[in-house]
Design a protein around this ligand. Structure first.
Ligand code: PGA
Length: 254
């Protein structure tokens, strides 16, 4: 199975942006221009706006996702949200292990693994983020970093669970910096991730996995990045807050 047979997923990551009224306004704008998408279109909004967002995209081709998910079903975890809660709003995708969670909120490969397994057990596809920082790239240890994150993040996954997982390669130095990896740099690491998944699971299992690129993907560079053989979509921050730009990225996936 090659690229044409994998699901292309264009996912926006709104991070900590937009209040309830702004969420409805931006989603109304998005649903009016994003039509007949050829791929899965997803917007991962702040947890507090999930209910508002789900309502706003009803009847459109846009789906709403979450930006995090706790590993426990319920309990004394102040400030956290469970997979069961997400499921109760019909949420089917959650970003897990974003570099900002790793950097500012103590997320580790171990917690990424636990959160992802909780998602999978509840029918939610985790979008597991991996990526090296600038220092690691300059030291030429990008592949080692990715290998550790993939091996630990996906520890104990069955091949069925791998099939229901999305990997997002997001070089930390390219996030929110306007500094995109070149299509070749992004492809090199995405191909490596697929090779690694092939070694850990099986080559055929790896061929079915959607691997996204993220990090300053925008309306002008999306087409080139998305044309690469191992890049099956994008995880988009800044440009997913502008309806016209996000639509251009969705169109680029055609
Ligand atoms: P960016 O963010 O597109 O603004 O670089 C991407 C991400 O953090 O997922």
């Amino acid at each position: 199975m090659d690229k044409q047979n994998r699901q292309v997923v264009i996912a926006g990551n709104w991070k900590m942006n937009k209040n309830a009224a702004e969420t409805t306004a931006l989603l109304n704008e998005m649903t009016s221009i994003i039509k007949d998408a050829d791929c899965k279109v997803l917007l991962c909004v702040p947890a507090i706006n999930i209910s508002t967002a789900v309502e706003a995209v009803k009847g459109s081709c846009i789906e709403i996702g979450a930006q995090n998910c706790h590993w426990a079903t319920n309990g004394a975890f102040t400030g956290e949200i469970s997979a069961d809660m997400l499921k109760s709003f019909g949420i089917k995708y959650a970003i897990i292990g974003h570099s900002e969670r790793r950097q500012y909120f103590g997320e580790t490969d171990k917690t990424v693994n636990m959160r992802s397994l909780a998602c999978l057990e509840n029918g939610i596809t985790p979008i597991i983020c991996v990526g090296e920082n600038l220092e690691e790239r300059e030291k030429d240890i990008t592949k080692d970093v990715i290998k550790t994150q993939i091996e630990a993040g996906l520890a104990g996954f069955t091949s069925e669970q791998l099939h229901n997982t999305i990997i997002a390669y997001e070089p930390v130095w390219a996030i929110g910096t306007g500094k995109t990896a070149t299509a070749e740099q992004a492809e090199e690491v995405c191909a490596y991730i697929r090779q690694l998944l092939g070694e850990i699971f099986c080559p055929n299992c790896a061929k079915k996995v959607t691997i996204q690129y993220g990090g300053s993907m925008n309306a002008s560079n999306a087409k080139e990045l998305l044309s690469m053989p191992n890049i099956d979509g994008g995880l988009i921050g800044g440009a997913s807050l502008k309806a016209v730009d996000f639509n251009t990225i969705v169109e680029s996936a055609k």
